[in-house]
Design a protein around this ligand. Sequence first.
Ligand SMILES: [Zn+2]
Length: 237
Amino acid sequence: MSDNDTAPWAVRESARARRLAVRVHRTGRVEVVVPPRTPPGAVQRFIEAHRGWIEDRRAAALRSRPPQQPFPPENIETAASAERWRLHLAGGGGRLRLATYDHLLIVSGEGGPAALREKLLEWLMDRAQAVLEPLLAQVAREHGFSYGKVVIRRQRTRWGSCSSRGTISLNVCLLFQPPEVVRYLLVHELSHTRHMNHSPRFWACVASCCPQWRTLDRQLLQGWRHVPSWVFAATDA
Ligand SMILES: [Zn+2]
């Protein structure tokens, strides 16, 4: 297998485990959970007995995991606005600060990777607001929707939502999705201002504004793979 995860599996002893169990993480890491004092031979035999299943699950996890990007990234590509930003680390002293010049993100000052990541996330949130808010207004105008305010969020599981008061929340990660997919999500949330459910009438409303909604909805489901890994710090690498 051509990835750089070192050991094929890790063995973790758990006082609560009654028998051997295997877990394949989203990152492709394989963990065997064993009761205390399990002899290594038993672990080996257990792995051999389940090898086919483990390999299949591991291959599937590796195929669907977002590519690990080195940090800091050289570029940040925001497909939604068809832009590519180049990161320039200028160094120097003082507080870490970020300025933009043309499509250059210039970060100067002192700070480690965590501080830099925070700065980039801050910029990303601002950028999402600047790109998505006018787009939402435009799509609403085109199809005669009205809504309350717009909130940008950074979430792992939801692309957007619409409250009963008409507040539309949009995931910052929409920036990494193609424009037609973003437009579909905006139509989807705006349609919730008329139908607060996923009833046939709701979908008819979506379809009237966005005939290709089925394809785009499927694309959005796969959209997490376009999100650079640094946006969500690796917690289970
Ligand atoms: Zn919905």
